[in-house]
Write a protein that binds this ligand. Structure first.
Ligand code: IMP
Ligand code: MG
Length: 196
């Protein structure tokens, strides 16, 4: 039995979706696979798993429960100043880590890598703190939008160059609570207007 509610249960949120790209079950299978690989690769290394708020919350919560080795977690929160400043990779750290990462094995978890500018900024920031290692795990990835070449060791799904919502991904702060990922109807989505 699936533990997720059906899309119809989400009423007006689901009404904004034109197409489901990944069902809750598709996502659960992929997350489980990632968790198994991570458990294997990090065995004996006590990794610190770092998530970027807020979009990472559903993915992080599910991923952690598929990892079967000892780990610790921490979070960062960032704000992109605006659509244009994000294009230039300018983000502000709203909440810093609580743990020192010096000499730790860091696994950086992201919901989505789009242009890669945000991740690039955060990785530079983290590497300056002298961790033993840093790798990236991203559930969704838009390879055709990439502006910076980044090495993503643990990848979930590749996406086309389309705006998607659900499973943590928002449009103007909403839709994060959908258990699936889908496209927004054109009448709902106004490009260049997602500062959520
Ligand atoms: P970038 O890689 O610096 O371009 O930015 C990645 C961030 O942009 C993600 O963490 C999301 O917050 C946001 N983002 C990019 N594409 C989408 C999308 O299709 N839906 C929702 N948010 C998105
Ligand atoms: Mg966002």
């Amino acid at each position: 039995m699936s533990s997720s509610l059906p899309p119809e249960a989400f009423g007006e949120l689901n009404d904004g979706i034109s197409e489901v790209l990944f069902s809750a079950e598709d996502i659960a299978v992929k997350v489980h696979q990632l968790g198994q690989i991570i458990s294997h690769d990090y065995n004996g290394r006590n990794p610190l798993i770092i998530g970027v708020l807020k979009g990472v919350v559903p993915f992080m919560a599910d991923l952690l429960r598929t990892i079967t080795i000892p780990i610790e977690i921490d979070f960062l929160a960032i704000t992109s100043y605006s659509a244009e400043t994000r294009e230039r990779g300018l983000v502000r750290l709203e909440k810093d880590l609580e743990e020192s990462i010096k000499d730790r094995h860091v696994l950086f978890v992201e919901d989505m890598i789009d242009t890669g500018l945000t991740l690039n900024y955060l990785l530079r920031n983290l590497r300056a703190r002298e961790p033993a290692s840093v790798e990236v795990c991203a559930l969704f990835n838009k390879p055709r939008r990439r502006l910076i070449d980044l090495d993503i060791k643990y990848k979930g799904f590749d996406l086309p160059d389309r705006f998607v919502v659900g499973y943590g991904l928002d449009y103007r702060g909403k839709y994060r609570n959908l258990p699936f990922v889908g496209l927004l109807k054109p009448e709902v989505f106004q490009p260049g207007n997602n500062l959520g």
